[in-house]
Design a protein around this ligand. Structure first.
Ligand code: ME8
Length: 521
């Protein structure tokens, strides 16, 4: 019987600038969204998961120029790197948007017209500081001066230049109260809490009108009825989230199902664009703001800020090759309380890989499956009556999902994994206490019960950990004889069928051995 239909879930990554190859930051945001999308799908929600590339603006035009390429040809090429990253990381996005696509240009021009209709756009002239690297305007009071060169520097570290040109302005100043009301009414609109407070004080400090068009270059969406101007790349970029839901067809099935988005996942550096400018643009256009913007932290590498200058950029393709995809996915989501900054170090990565994965989860699965293989005729044993210890383990397995729903609902991936590994620990202790190997001769019926319950517990663990480690969990479920269509959360309630023949078990979480790695390279 089909249950009541569940809330649709629409999750988005930022769209990435195509000025460069993907780095760990891109992979991280996309991975977090992927884990969420997979979780929600397994939990029966209709899901839409969007990622893509941000292809207009001065920064991209400059990179195309440096590569001596036409911007369209350049973006066609570099955008592919982001598709390749998504593939290599087994990202399950449902759509990949490029801001140079016709559907998006149309959507940008439609939202522009709405802003005009609402009286929120006016023509003026901009004179001020602009950082091409951030594609952002800065006030004099936000800048510092680099002592050696005398150059003015934005808080992000980007160099700013003075620009003076005719520009359309968005009447952001008029939206201050309505934005504050939005934050007030929806305490979960900006997460984490500390970031929310930063945005609140920024908005309370007063908002200036925002320059939203440029005239000194043409790599952008032409402003309707004034083609001398191209739209400011951030207005263009943010609009991607509604384009992919079918805007301007606000009555379309996709739009009515998936908008407002459940979550825009972003890095902390681009929170202001998403939590201040974007809801103001949307409200002005008469479109509901998204339900949540979550700003995650930044990774350092071996304790140092990641920068091209330091040559310590982490290549997401390279680390996956080195440690394995599931291992890297697990590490990134487990290592850091989601929202905080974190450090990627070889030592920490290997520690997680060998301890949490190989020793804890891997060993649990391997020893239970091997005992079943050797002692139960390679078929799932028939369980008998349960003891209180059995009930406790089974109860913990069956109770896991409720906690995970809360963790994932609040984007607390690390908490979800900690909670899951508590069960891994409990199962390993249960193996030691019950010592099924010692029951083989003395009490084979009891051994059967113990091994069956452990297999059932591993089934729960593998099903709920699929969002983070899809391949390894899939292999464990294969080894438990769980059919492919019995791996969603609804199937948690369908216990393993005793008597099912099982394939020969194989370890799924290899240890990282330094010597072997050194020899191999
Ligand atoms: O900002 N650790 O694109 P982008 C974690 N096009 N995350 C990091 C990071 C690090 N060391 N370095 C960067 C843009 N990031 C715009 C978005 S959306 C409408 C437009 C994150 O290619 C950073 O926080 O610069 C941001 O979320 C993303 O990677 C970089 O995106």
């Amino acid at each position: 019987m089909a249950g009541p239909s569940k809330t649709p879930y629409y999750v988005t990554t930022p769209i990435y600038y195509v000025n460069d190859v993907p780095h760990i930051g891109h992979a991280y945001t996309t991975l977090a969204c992927d884990a969420l999308a997979r979780f929600m799908r397994l939990d029966g929600h209709p899901v839409k998961f969007l990622t893509g590339t941000d292809e207009h603006g001065q920064k991209v035009a400059k990179s195309a120029g440096a590569a001596d390429m036409d911007p369209q040809a350049f973006t066609d090429k570099v955008s592919q790197n982001f598709r390749a990253l998504a593939e290599a990381w087994q990202i399950t996005n449902d759509d990949f948007i490029r801001t140079t696509e016709a559907r998006h240009v149309r959507s940008c021009q439609a939202i522009w017209r709405k802003l005009v209709e609402n009286g929120d756009l006016y023509l003026g002239s901009y004179g001020g500081w602009y950082a091409v690297d951030d594609e952002a305007f800065y006030g004099e009071n936000e800048l510092s001066e680099e002592s050696a060169s005398g150059k003015k520097i934005a808080p992000s570290g980007a160099t700013v230049e003075w620009v003076e040109e005719p520009s359309y302005f968005f009447r952001l100043s008029a939206w201050q109260e309505r934005l504050l009301e939005l934050y007030e009414r929806n305490p979960g609109f900006i997460l984490p809490e500390s970031r929310r407070n930063e945005v609140l004080s920024f908005v309370r400090g007063g908002l200036k009108d925002l320059s939203v068009s440029r005239t000194t270059f043409d790599w952008g969406v032409p402003v309707p009825d004034d083609p001398e101007h191209v739209m400011y790349v951030w207005l263009d970029a943010l609009t991607n989230y509604i384009t992919a839901a079918g805007y301007p067809e606000e009555g379309s099935e996709d739009f009515t199902t998936f908008w407002p988005a459940s979550l825009h996942m972003v890095g902390k550096d681009i929170l202001r664009f998403h939590a201040v400018y974007w809801p103001a643009f949307l409200m002005s256009a008469g479109v509901a703001p998204p339900k949540r913007v979550f700003a995650h932290g930044w990774w350092t590498s071996e304790g140092q800020k990641i920068s091209k200058r330091l040559g310590n950029v982490i290549d997401p393709m390279e680390i996956v090759e080195r440690y394995g995809l599931d291992q890297v996915r697990y590490f990134l989501l487990r290592e850091v309380p989601f929202g905080n900054d974190g450090d990627f170090s070889h030592k920490a990565m290997v520690g997680r890989m060998n301890n949490d994965l190989a020793n804890d989860f891997g060993n649990l699965a391997q020893r239970v499956l091997s005992m079943i293989n050797k002692n139960c005729g390679a078929a799932l044993p028939e369980p008998g009556p349960r003891t209180p210890a059995d009930e406790a383990l089974l109860g913990a397995a069956q109770g896991l999902l409720a906690g995970l729903r809360e963790d994932y609902g609040g984007q607390q991936f690390h908490a979800a994994l900690i909670r899951t590994w508590e069960l891994v620990g409990a199962a390993n202790r249960y193996v030691d206490e019950q010592a099924p190997w010692a029951l083989r001769k003395s009490d084979p019926a009891r051994m059967a019960t113990v091994l069956y319950l452990l297999a059932e517990c591993i089934r729960h663990l593998a099903i709920v950990t699929q969002p983070v480690m899809p391949t390894a969990c899939g292999k464990i479920l294969d080894q438990l004889g769980v059919p492919a269509d019995r791996r969603d959360f609804a199937a948690l309630a369908e216990p393993l069928a005793p008597g099912t023949a099982l394939p020969k078990p194989e370890g799924v979480f290899p240890r990282y051995v330094e010597e072997a790695a050194a020899e191999a390279s």
